[in-house]
Ligand binder design. Structure first.
Ligand SMILES: *[C@@H]1O[C@H](CO)[C@@H](O)[C@H](O)[C@H]1NC(C)=O
Ligand SMILES: *[C@@H]1O[C@H](CO)[C@@H](O)[C@H](O)[C@H]1NC(C)=O
Length: 187
């Protein structure tokens, strides 16, 4: 009986030590539910709060499948980019300023490309080509950034699309983060 008692004392001491070190050591894996997948993904995003809010706006985010999260992020980015495209066209119709019109025309081109990239990215996700998926999602994010930079000039003009460009950029970057976790680098 000596050995089991010694062992259980050791175990109890070990658990005590572990609980002093920190909850993550004392309770390994018990929190590995889907909430943690979104949290773990979003920890690697430049704006974790935005990332969590965006992914959790979709009930399918309650998953342990990264591909489902990639799908959600692509759908959100596509929805945003398409909405921004529509907004650009209505701003173009209303514009009486040649500088604004010029910048908006450049943005219309950028967003045509962004929407095209995001459509191709859906195909890459379906076929499991995560490197293509990453390049296309990063490319779409860059298009939003290009649009924003256009307004910095020359000549400069206050951007009417800052929020939209920021949203599209940040949503594209969620897909980029997910593709890193899916193993683009062969990790
Ligand atoms: C764009 O994304 C943001 C953040 O997820 C969201 O609040 C907004 O409603 C979206 N807009 C469109 C047009 O999808
Ligand atoms: C994303 O999810 C929708 C709805 O579940 C599905 O129809 C679509 O095929 C999915 N797309 C990809 C690329 O997996």
């Amino acid at each position: 009986m000596d050995i089991p008692i010694t062992r259980s004392i050791l175990l109890i001491s070990l658990l005590l030590v572990l609980s002093l070190i920190g909850p993550s050591f004392a309770r390994p894996n018990t929190n590995a539910d889907s909430d943690d997948l979104v949290t773990n993904v979003c920890k690697k995003h430049e704006n974790p709060g935005f990332c969590i809010d965006a992914l959790k706006s979709d009930p399918r985010a309650n998953t342990d499948d990264l591909k489902v999260l990639a799908n959600i992020s692509l759908e959100l980015a596509t929805f945003n980019a398409t909405g921004t495209k529509v907004k650009i066209h209505s701003l173009l119709l209303a514009s009486r300023d040649p500088v604004l019109t010029d910048h908006l025309n450049k943005c219309a081109d950028s967003y045509d490309i962004a929407v095209y990239y995001l459509g191709s990215a859906q195909e890459s996700l379906k076929s499991g080509d995560y490197l293509d998926l990453q390049v296309l999602a990063a490319g779409a994010a860059d298009m939003a950034s290009d649009c924003e930079n256009t307004f910095k000039g020359p000549p400069p003009y206050p951007s009417p699309l800052s929020t939209d460009n920021s949203n599209t950029w940040l949503l594209g970057e969620i897909t980029v983060v997910i593709t890193n976790l899916l193993g683009v680098d062969g990790q």
